[in-house]
Design a binder for this molecule. Sequence first.
Ligand SMILES: [Mn+2]
Length: 301
Amino acid sequence: MSKINAEILATKIAKNYDYALKLKEDDIRSLLAKIRYLLKKQPLCKRIKTGTVLAVGDIHGDFNMLKKVITIFQKDKQIDHLIFLGDIVDRGSKSIACLNLIFALIITQPDRVHFLRGNHEAITVNSRYGFADDIQAFGADENLYLLFNYVFSELSLTLVHEEQKIFYVHGGIPIKPCLLEDIDKLPKGDMQLNNKTIKQLLWNDPKNEISQYEYSIRGEGIFNYGLELVEEFLKMNNLEMIVRAHEAFSDGYKYFFEKKVLSVFTSEEYYEYISAKIAFIDEKRQIKIFHPSDYENATIR
Ligand SMILES: [Mn+2]
């Protein structure tokens, strides 16, 4: 274990977000050791019983947007849970700082801050889209890069909010309908997304024009899912809705299947044509969707 106290470091970052930009390799290793310890105890399908949620889509290294989101979460006493739907790294300029900040929040408020795994939290993807280069530019070696990816492989894949009856996930549902208990039985530590179900939870997309499923142009083992498949999954798990991320719509969000699926996207740095959005969802599934700079004008959508 590192000599640096992760709790003290996390508290410092939670008070001054920009401190996440200044961490040394030993600081990062200390945060990672603590996070690894916390994640070991977490199931792959996390459950929360009640409380309001702020749902955040892909961040992709957009540190300024992440700071806006976290400022809202810290200020507004109405928000109980902050759920990151994955894809924190790659594409944008500050993947490492984004992770430092999110990890610090998890360490200081483990019951309120949730980080679900995205398809970019996998070594097969982040070796190619920026994160591996960021680690190299930071001056760290392969070992730190592997440690990050090991931690990613321990992240929860999904979260179920029992009162809202909402299933939170990065991509969506697998084509073979599964129970929440089946998700808990999936293997932890799958760094390369070798498991077919894990890959589909993180990669699949909803598509209005189909009812069951079809192959996706994204690649092998990835599918688009339709309304019938969604309804079957929701029914067998006593759920009402899916909230996911993974797709960059220009409005920053999109509903599918008469609002049974909501997609949100929260990164702008790499995507000039996108207006980032986050979603505030109360216990009764009333949803406000807004830009992180425009919280005052948040409206029900
Ligand atoms: Mn994605």
